[in-house]
Design a protein around this ligand. Structure first.
Ligand SMILES: Cc1cc2nc3c(=O)[nH]c(=O)nc-3n(C[C@H](O)[C@H](O)[C@H](O)COP(=O)(O)OP(=O)(O)OC[C@H]3O[C@@H](n4cnc5c(N)ncnc54)[C@H](O)[C@@H]3O)c2cc1C
Length: 231
């Protein structure tokens, strides 16, 4: 509807007339591929996110424009009333039993100390200072499609941190099912534009070869080299 408003000479009241799925796909394709992505700011999506670490949620909430968040509070939730706490263990640590023990020991100590403080009536808003980045969190997250396309560009990139990349892939899979016309454009720029902007870092990425993307650097010197008639 929003996209059609741009090209409609008629009454606004005619806009809600449903388009066929084929015409809708054509319209979305036209605006998104032309970079007219403000049209998809009108499409809002809501996610329930659980099972991610505070480390991951901290990265997620850095996405500011077009996003809204409600996160489980460590101030109001008393974790000592639960039978267990959840944590996220990075796969690199999970693979090595001795490392896993070193990783879990401070987590267990923090949980023990938390319970102790709560027993002494220290409020959870202070007891929570013991929790580290591995502790699990939950959020309700809303974002519009334009913001999500930007997020997928950054976070489905092979060079993004593994946990937020994993989250981004799960979110993208949901959206490609719910709104395939829009989210067929979702992904890192090596896939959507055949350009990798990571500069020398990108040279190590296996996807560079599989996508046939061109490696680019954002520095002015690199841009000048690209446009030089001698290069
Ligand atoms: C691989 C990777 C590594 C990272 N490493 C670090 C790190 O080491 N330390 C760290 O602090 N962060 C890091 N970040 C987070 C990063 O700096 C961004 O905060 C995050 O990716 C959100 O992106 P964004 O600002 O583009 O998104 P949004 O906040 O959603 O903004 C979307 C777009 O709106 C525009 N915009 C938003 N706010 C402003 C503004 N105030 N002024 C002008 N334009 C604006 C920009 O064009 C921006 O791209 C990393 C991100 C990635 C993907």
């Amino acid at each position: 509807m929003a996209a059609r408003q741009c090209y409609s000479a008629g009454s606004i009241l005619d806009l809600p007339q449903p388009l066929s799925p084929k015409s809708t796909a054509h319209m979305v394709n036209r605006v998104v591929s032309a970079g007219h992505t403000s049209c998809v700011e009108h499409n809002q999506f809501v996610f329930g996110v659980r099972g991610i670490s505070r480390s991951c949620s901290h990265q997620l909430v850095r996405h500011r424009v077009g996003w809204s968040y409600e996160q489980q509070s460590q101030r109001y939730v008393d974790f000592s009333s639960q039978d267990f706490v959840e944590i996220v263990v990075p796969p690199t640590i999970l693979r090595i039993p001795e490392m896993l023990e070193s990783f879990l020991e401070p987590v267990k100590a923090a949980v023990r100390a938390y319970f102790l403080l709560r027993d002494e009536r220290v409020h959870q808003e202070d007891a929570r200072y013991l929790f580290n980045n591995a502790f699990e969190t939950k959020l309700i997250v809303s974002a519009n499609a334009r913001a999500l396309l930007h997020f997928f560009e950054l976070r489905t990139c092979n060079l993004a941190q593994w946990e937020i990349r994993w989250l981004a892939h799960l979110m993208r899979a949901e959206l490609q099912h719910a709104a395939p016309e829009i989210f067929k454009f979702a992904g890192p720029t090596c896939m959507t534009q055949k350009i990798c902007w990571e500069g020398p870092r990108g040279a190590k990425c296996p996807r560079l070869v599989s996508t046939g993307a061109e490696l680019r650097d954002r520095t002015p010197a690199a841009a000048a080299e690209r446009t030089s008639p001698l290069s």
